[in-house]
Design a binder for this molecule. Structure first.
Ligand code: SF4
Length: 428
């Protein structure tokens, strides 16, 4: 942490710690099981986020793994807790219900855990545990809906190389945490209203696995949005991020119309460079294609508006051997090209830190070091200022589990505010 802080003196210590904890994970210790009994637990709403699959039935409750999903640092920075027994990091009890993050035997920082909201353990009218219908890392944050808990690319070995959606669902089933493959609008609305009675919701995420028939995939999103939007509580203005694959113009327009003006659209491209896109996302490359993907992103800005279209690359995957770039300089050059291409067109280019996930094709491949990810984040922030494109209100720092750009904007005014006082970040 001290070395990283020397390399990035302008970044808050909490951001440096969060970035390194994302990259290296946290060791699995009995302390975590004790905290997991009352804190916001791991629910893995779509992917397994841990680096290693360390769970057994004894850790599993009916709807979650009895390990905390996140922890907070003193300035409110939220870090995801990814289990990894090779990590130097560990959380220790400091007595009096206080906890510290340790790096080997050195105390790094005091950490905090948010108590589990009550709605996690409530049930819908048909008896389903509410945290199986929607997920969240805590209060006043995301309400995450997995519309489709399966991806057809896994059926034919064409899944994205970093993705563990189907292995995660299989593992959860083995642990006795069965979830519905398709989200049901009635259940989701019931949970949404229950959550709002307990705490605010900052934004909603609607995503799921891919279908080879893109019209069918679009139909799923449109049908769900139509079934839900008109039945939300009166005056509800919570923004929605809708995340399908790249769709044709008619489908994009239908999603926009069904979202009643609250929608942001994300078509995650996953890998930027043409050659890498094919290797990293073979299903998307075959059934959509990079050219169509880029065209869909550009077109979506005309439908949803500047700053309301998002894409994503899995940051660091561009360096993964054997297909990745040979030097960090080349990787960073391609990453900057990605940022520039998107910002010039009014598209927000996400850069989420890749860490190898159990069950994914690249489960055993090492991601690049933390400093590479932080350097890429600073390139993003520099270009965001250059193009004056606000960070979308459909994403906040609390749920930004695998990146730190929103933490930096929240904590460092020079990255958040333009010279004329315009703020680039809504949740500061
Ligand atoms: S499209 Fe790719 S990232 Fe999305 S669920 Fe399927 S394999 Fe995973």
């Amino acid at each position: 942490v001290e070395k990283l802080q020397e390399l990035f003196p302008g970044l808050p210590r909490s951001v440096v710690i969060k970035a390194d904890v994302i990259r290296k994970g946290v060791r699995y210790t009995p302390n975590l099981l004790a905290i997991g009994k009352w804190a916001v637990p791991q629910v893995h709403y779509i992917f397994e986020w841990d680096h290693q699959d360390l769970h057994s039935k004894s850790d599993a409750a009916e709807g979650w793994i009895t390990v905390p999903g996140v922890f907070q640092l003193g300035d409110g920075t939220t870090a995801i807790l990814k289990l990894d027994n090779t990590s130097p990091y560990e959380i220790r009890n400091a007595g009096d219900a206080r906890y510290w993050l340790y790096c080997d035997d050195d105390p790094v920082e005091e950490v905090y855990f948010e108590p589990r909201p009550e709605w996690f353990a409530k049930r819908t009218r048909d008896g389903t545990l509410m945290c199986k219908v929607a997920a969240s890392p805590g209060r006043n944050c995301i309400f995450a809906i997995t519309l489709l808990g399966h991806c057809e690319y896994f059926n034919t070995g064409e899944q994205c190389v970093f993705c563990c959606l189907v292995p995660t669902a299989d593992k959860f089933r083995q642990l006795g945490i069965e979830k519905a493959v398709r989200a049901k609008a009635d259940q989701v609305l019931e949970v949404y209203e229950t959550v709002l009675r307990e705490h605010p919701i900052a934004h909603v995420n609607l995503t799921g696995g891919g279908l080879k028939d893109l019209r069918k995939e679009a139909e799923l999103y449109v049908g769900f949005l139509r079934a839900v939007m008109d039945r939300l509580p009166a005056g509800d203005e919570v923004p929605w991020l809708v995340i399908p694959q790249a769709l044709d113009e008619e489908s994009q327009k239908r999603i926009h119309e069904a979202g009643r003006g609250k929608g942001f659209l994300c078509h995650p491209i996953e890998g930027w460079d043409e050659r890498h896109f094919e290797v990293m996302a073979p299903g998307k490359a075959k059934y959509v294609g990079r050219r169509n993907w880029l065209a869909a992103l550009e077109r979506a800005v005309g439908i949803f508006g500047r700053g309301r279209v998002v894409t994503n690359v899995v940051g660091g995957l561009e360096m993964a051997p054997p297909h990745g770039f040979g030097s960090y300089a080349e990787g960073m050059k391609a990453t900057v090209e990605y940022f520039e291409w998107c910002f010039q067109r009014g598209i927000v280019p996400s850069y989420l830190f890749w860490t190898s996930a159990p069950g994914s094709v690249y489960a055993e491949v090492e991601p690049p070091p933390t400093e590479y990810m932080l350097s890429a984040t600073l390139e993003f922030l520099e270009r965001q200022r250059k193009y004056r494109l606000p960070f979308p209100a459909c994403v906040c720092h609390k749920c930004r589990a695998v990146s730190v750009e929103s933490d930096i904007m929240r904590l460092v005014p020079e990255y958040r505010l333009l010279p004329d006082g315009t703020s680039l970040y809504a949740y500061a």
